[in-house]
Design a protein around this ligand. Structure first.
Ligand code: PMV
Length: 361
């Protein structure tokens, strides 16, 4: 089993003066949720997610060797314009990963980033954003050390992304990604995400995720604060065990293709995440009235039609509607007829399972 020290490089065989790379990295939606962490972004429990396809961040990294090599130096552009308020988070990220990429202070970087989803849609861009940046930095390390294997490249990219934002480590490679040690999932690790290694039934091919934008406002609770609330939480330990149990159940469900069982685990995980926030101190309700309206409408539609559609939630009010591709037409019609009215400005985003980060240049 690899340890974090295995990702600290020794000497590089190449030197590089300047250049650029560009990567896209997608968002992901957790089925078993990560909520609660230990030091160094080690998750309190394992999680599993579907990688998305359309909601992504595209980041170009331009680099050039500089004279003074004692501080980090970078410019940050968002949609082509300087964005000062993103810089502290990036600086903190560079500080955290310097031990793994000791060349960082040798270069001046220009980080030019944009998202394919609307700004302030309430969709967190931290997972896709940190993953896209980690991919670019790994391309630079690979240029300095061309002997690096592909397995190391992706594992380390995920490890770096994790240090930027935990869930970002699930946005690197694979359609279904597990992050966190789980006894019977071979290769699973707290340090990085891995492609789900076991059989996946055809029912999950091209699984659809339509994201209903219920509330596009600023997050009421940052995920940093949220994870922290699990520390003195009365139900935390039992919750962490439950995540292991649910991941075991999903392991079997992915193989059997049993969508009724899938729905039970996924909806229970979403409501448990919110229950944890309602029962922490301080406590939060992150759902909005329209979140509940949507959930109830989905339950009514499912019970009337027997169509296997379900929901999941992030740490916010938006609803991810999950369903197999072969019922897309009916579910989209239902969304248009009955759910759009609960979305802010009628907005929703159609996405589906994708396979991870892509090198663009
Ligand atoms: O990656 P973070 O620290 O923003 O945490 C994300 C937590 C959830 O989105 C609520 C759950 C998850 O596993 O993605």
């Amino acid at each position: 089993m690899l340890t974090a020290n295995d990702f600290i490089p020794k000497v590089y065989s190449q030197t590089i003066e300047s250049g650029s790379f560009q990567w896209s990295a997608p968002s992901n939606i957790a089925l078993v949720k990560y909520w609660g962490k230990k030091d160094n972004q080690i998750p309190a429990n394992p999680s599993v997610s579907f990688t998305l396809n359309n909601c992504k961040t595209i980041t170009k990294l331009v680099f050039a060797k500089k004279e003074k090599q004692d501080i980090f130096s970078f410019d940050l552009l968002f949609e082509g314009k300087p964005k000062e308020d993103f810089k502290p988070k990036i600086l903190k990220f560079l500080e955290r990963i310097e031990i793994y990429l000791p060349f960082l202070k040798e270069y001046h970087f220009t980080i030019d980033t944009e998202n394919t989803f609307p700004h302030s849609s309430g969709i967190a861009s931290s997972a896709s954003g940190m993953a896209a940046l980690a991919m670019n930095l790994m391309s630079l390390e690979k240029a300095l050390n061309p002997e690096m294997t592909e397995a190391y490249f992706y594992q380390k990219a995920s490890l770096l992304a994790r240090l930027g934002s935990g869930s970002a480590c699930r946005s690197v490679k694979g359609q279904v990604v597990v992050w966190g040690n789980q006894a019977n999932i071979e290769g699973s690790s707290d340090l990085y995400g891995v492609e789900f290694p076991n059989a996946i039934h055809d029912n999950f091919n091209n699984f659809q995720d339509t994201i209903l934008l219920v509330d596009k406002g600023e997050k009421q609770v940052s995920s940093t604060v949220g994870h922290d609330l699990m520390h003195a939480h009365p139900y935390a330990e039992r919750r962490f065990e439950q995540a292991h149990e649910n991941l075991d159940k999903l392991n079997a469900i992915f193989e059997s293709g049993n969508l009724d069982e899938f729905i039970k685990v996924v909806e229970s995980e979403a409501l448990t995440l919110h229950a944890m926030m309602m029962t922490s101190m301080p406590y939060f309700i992150l759902m909005k009235p329209n979140t509940l309206q949507i959930i109830n409408a989905i339950w009514k539609f499912r019970s009337a039609t027997k169509i296997p559609v379900c929901f999941t939630l992030d740490a916010g009010a938006n609803v991810h509607v999950l369903y197999p591709e072969n019922v897309s037409e009916k579910v989209l019609q239902f969304i248009k007829d009955e759910l759009v009215g609960f979305c802010q400005n009628g907005q929703y985003l159609c996405d589906e399972i994708g396979s991870g980060a892509i090198k663009l240049a």
